[in-house]
Design a protein around this ligand. Structure first.
Ligand SMILES: O=C(O)C(=O)C[C@]1(C(=O)O)C=C[C@@H](O)C=C1
Length: 403
C-alpha cells in the first residue's frame, strides 16, 4: 500500500494516509501542538490550488455587487483583529483582499482545468464526503483527520474548498465548527443539506445480540439515541462514522458494531444489521462550503448571510440587535450563542457588590437576505452602531434542493 507524504517548504505540512488507509491520503497538518504520526514513503510536490476567478459574472452585475462587497469587506476588516474594541480599526480597505469568487462558485474545476479539491473531515464513506460530492459534483474529496485540519488545508492552499457540518435536524449545532469559523479566516460560499440515513454495521456473522458496544461520531450516536438505548449498547465516540466502521472491520471486532452509512458498509466489507436507525426519518445535516475568498453576493436567487457579533451587557441589547432585522422584514433562520473565550466573564457594574459576573457571548445569526441587498446592508450598518464586534462570515445561495 503506497503511503503519500507531501511536505511543503514554506510550512510543515504533511499529507498522508492513516496506515490502514488504502484508498486516498488524509491530510494532517503538523504544528507544535499536533505531532505528525506515521510518516513514511515517497515525497511529492505540493499542488498549489488556484482559485476560481470572478469572470463568470457580467461586468455589469459585478459593478452592481461591488457596493455589497465593500460593505462585507469593511465589516470583515473591522472585526477581524480585535474582538473587544469596535473603534480600533477604522479603515474600510480590506488588506490582503484578493478579490471574490463569482457567485457561480460551485464550478467544479480550478482555472488550470484540474478537478476541484475539497477537504472534509473523516475517512472515505463519511457523510461529509457525500456532502462534499453533493456540493461540488466530480470534485476530488480529500479526507482530513480533524475539523481544524480541514480549515488549515484550505488556508495553506493544499485544497481549494472545504465542506463541514454545522447543524443537524436531530442533534443540533456542531459547536466546534462555529468556534473554528471565527478562529480561521475562511468565507462561507455555500451550504448543502444532506439526508443522513444511519445503519447499524457489524462484521459478517455477528448478530445484534452479540453486540455490547457501538462506535460512531458523537452526532451520529445522538441521532440514534432511541435505537441504541433500546438495544442496550454502550456508546463510544470516535472521529467519524466511517472511521468507526473501518475500525470495527480492521480489528475484526465481534462484540462491537458501528453506526455509519451503507456506503461505509460496502467500502469496509461490513454487514448491515439494521437500516434507518436514526430517531426520526427526517434526519438532515446542513454543511457549509468554505473558500479562501468570498463570493460576489447576488440577488438573482435566494441568498442567506451568516454573521457573528458580540454586544455590550445590558437590558434589551440582544432584543435591539435582533430588531435591526425585524424592522426590515428580514427573516432569521438560525441563532446560536457561544462563549466569548477571549473575554468569557464580565464583572458586574458594582464590582464590590459580590454579585456574580456576567458570561460574555458571541452570537451567530443566519438571515435570509443577500449582502447585495440594500436592506441587508442597512441592517448590518445599524447593528454595527452598537455591536462591540461584527464579522460577516459569508453571503451565499440557499440550498433549495430539499424545499
Ligand atoms: O462522521 C461522519 O460521517 C460525518 O460526516 C460527520 C457528521 C457530523 O459531524 O455531524 C456528519 C453528518 C452526520 O450528522 C453525522 C456525523
Amino acid at each position: 500500500m503506497a503511503a503519500l507524504v507531501i511536505k511543503s517548504t514554506v510550512s510543515q505540512i504533511t499529507v498522508k494516509p492513516s496506515p490502514s488507509d488504502h484508498i486516498s491520503p488524509r491530510i494532517e497538518i503538523k504544528s507544535a501542538l499536533i505531532p505528525v504520526k506515521r510518516c513514511r514513503s515517497s515525497k511529492l510536490p505540493v499542488l498549489a490550488a488556484s482559485i476560481h476567478g470572478g469572470n463568470d459574472q457580467s461586468i455589469e452585475a459585478q459593478k452592481k455587487n461591488n457596493n455589497a462587497n465593500n460593505i462585507q469587506s469593511s465589516l470583515l476588516q473591522d472585526a477581524e483583529y480585535d474582538i473587544a474594541s469596535k473603534n480600533s480599526h477604522p479603515s474600510t480597505e480590506l488588506q490582503n483582499f484578493h478579490g471574490p469568487l463569482s457567485s457561480t462558485h460551485s464550478s467544479n474545476s480550478v482555472s488550470n482545468g484540474s478537478r476541484l479539491r475539497v477537504a472534509y473531515q473523516g475517512v472515505q464513506g463519511a457523510y461529509s464526503e457525500s456532502a462534499a460530492q453533493k456540493a461540488y459534483p466530480n470534485c476530488e474529496a480529500v479526507p482530513c483527520e480533524q475539523f481544524d485540519t480541514v480549515f488549515e488545508s484550505v488556508e495553506r492552499w493544499l485544497v481549494d474548498r472545504a465542506v463541514l457540518p454545522i447543524e443537524n435536524s436531530l442533534g443540533g449545532s456542531i459547536h466546534r465548527n462555529y468556534d473554528l469559523l471565527l478562529l480561521h479566516r475562511l468565507h462561507i460560499v455555500g451550504e448543502v443539506k444532506y439526508i443522513v440515513r444511519h445503519c447499524l454495521l457489524a462484521n459478517h456473522g455477528v448478530k445484534v445480540e452479540d453486540l455490547q458496544r457501538v462506535l460512531s461520531h458523537p452526532q451520529a450516536l445522538a441521532q440514534c439515541e432511541n435505537t441504541l438505548t433500546k438495544l442496550g449498547l454502550v456508546r463510544e465516540a470516535v472521529d467519524d462514522t466511517a472511521g468507526a466502521a473501518k475500525h470495527v472491520a480492521l480489528q475484526k471486532l465481534e462484540d462491537t458494531g458501528a453506526v455509519a452509512s451503507s456506503a461505509a458498509a460496502s467500502i469496509y466489507g461490513l454487514n448491515i444489521l439494521a437500516k434507518d436507525i436514526q430517531d426520526d426519518s427526517d434526519n438532515v445535516t446542513r454543511f457549509l462550503m468554505l473558500a479562501r475568498e468570498p463570493i460576489i453576493p447576488g440577488t438573482d436567487r435566494p441568498f442567506k448571510t451568516s454573521i457573528v457579533f458580540s454586544l455590550e451587557e445590558g437590558p434589551g441589547v440582544l432584543f435591539k440587535a435582533l430588531a435591526v432585522f425585524a424592522l426590515r422584514q428580514i427573516n432569521l433562520t438560525k441563532i446560536e450563542s457561544r462563549p466569548l473565550r477571549k473575554q468569557p466573564l464580565r464583572a458586574s457594574d458594582d464590582s464590590n457588590s459580590g454579585l456574580p459576573k456576567y458570561f460574555d457571548y458571541l452570537f451567530y445569526v443566519d438571515f435570509e437576505a443577500s449582502m447585495a441587498d440594500e436592506n441587508a446592508q442597512n441592517a448590518l450598518r445599524h447593528l454595527k452602531e452598537f455591536a462591540t464586534f461584527l464579522r460577516v462570515l459569508g453571503s451565499y445561495p440557499v440550498d433549495t434542493s430539499m424545499i
